[in-house]
Design a binder for this molecule. Structure first.
Ligand SMILES: [Fe+2]
Ligand SMILES: [Fe+2]
Length: 284
């Protein structure tokens, strides 16, 4: 059995897909096959660095700091977004099971990164925010809760979709850095892929269903909101998020500048794939 078939079976066996009807199942299979091709195409452009562990204290501070920062970000950003969805957007029960699972997956990723950084740089506390990292690189976004009873799941999807489908700014896979923590070099791409493939498919499926149900102006409105989210995500990338790569990951973690220069374009074509998979075709 191919890896793609295995991933498809694992993903679709999750409880929140059990109630999918025939049409939905067909779309889900189509999506996973298309995603597999798109992913392969992208991965061919990602260089595989011959990684070595950090050797000096300065290298440890940078590399461990970067991974712990990322771990804290997954915990606070993604787990909090799911918690808000549970609290404010009134999800149905299968969605609720997914959201709890998502919190568990993402907090597990977070712990893995933070603990790994702590093992490589003993004596440093990576479990609290650090002004050197959060103070410089976090994008803290204000979030206002919707008035009681008015939160729509669509709003949560619009918020989370660009993040969960854009793929971590190509920090994954771990082998793109020349200086790397050994566990992360060894960490199988399939392990990351299986969790993230589940999240990807679930979020895409929900957006596809919303678009299918929306009629007339409601659909036009939803499509334009979706396009708007992706556009602002790309704009944020162009206007500053690449700085983290340029100022931290290239000089201190051995990321390849030639590859880094391609990230905005890779991201753009990824978003085009996402939107065309959802049947939203206006060019970016
Ligand atoms: Fe994650
Ligand atoms: Fe995820």
């Amino acid at each position: 059995m191919s890896t793609a078939t295995l991933v498809t079976d694992t993903v679709l066996s999750k409880p929140w897909f059990h109630a999918a009807g025939e049409e939905d199942k067909q779309w889900l299979h189509w999506l996973m096959a298309a995603e597999d091709q798109d992913r392969e195409k992208r991965m061919r452009q990602v260089p595989r660095a011959v990684g070595r562990p950090p050797e000096t204290q300065e290298e440890r501070n940078w590399v461990c700091g970067a991974w712990a920062f990322r771990g804290r970000g997954e915990l606070k950003g993604l787990c909090s977004a799911s918690s808000r969805a549970v609290a404010y957007y009134n999800p149905d029960l299968p969605t609720l099971t997914f959201l709890f699972d998502h919190i568990s997956d993402e907090s597990h990723h977070a712990v893995e990164m933070i603990e790994c950084a702590s093992r490589w740089n003993p004596g440093t506390n990576y479990w609290t925010d650090d002004p050197e990292w959060e103070g410089k690189w976090s994008r803290s976004r204000e979030w206002t809760p919707p008035p009681p009873g008015s939160g729509k799941f669509a709003d949560y999807l619009l918020e989370i979709l660009p993040t969960e489908t854009g793929g971590g700014l190509y920090v994954f896979p771990y082998y793109t850095f020349a200086i790397q923590l050994q566990e992360l070099i060894d960490f199988g791409d399939e392990v990351v892929h299986s969790d993230e493939a589940t999240h990807f498919v679930f979020f895409m499926w929900n957006m596809w269903k919303l678009l299918r149900q929306a009629k007339g102006t409601e659909r036009t409105e939803l499509e334009s909101q979706l396009l708007q989210r992706y556009r602002s995500n790309l704009a944020a990338l162009d206007n500053g998020r690449m700085q983290f790569w340029k100022e931290v990951l290239i000089p201190h973690c051995g990321a390849d500048p030639e590859f880094i220069a391609k990230i905005p374009e890779l991201r753009r074509s990824r978003f085009e794939f996402i939107l065309s998979s959802l049947g939203v075709s206006e060019p970016l």
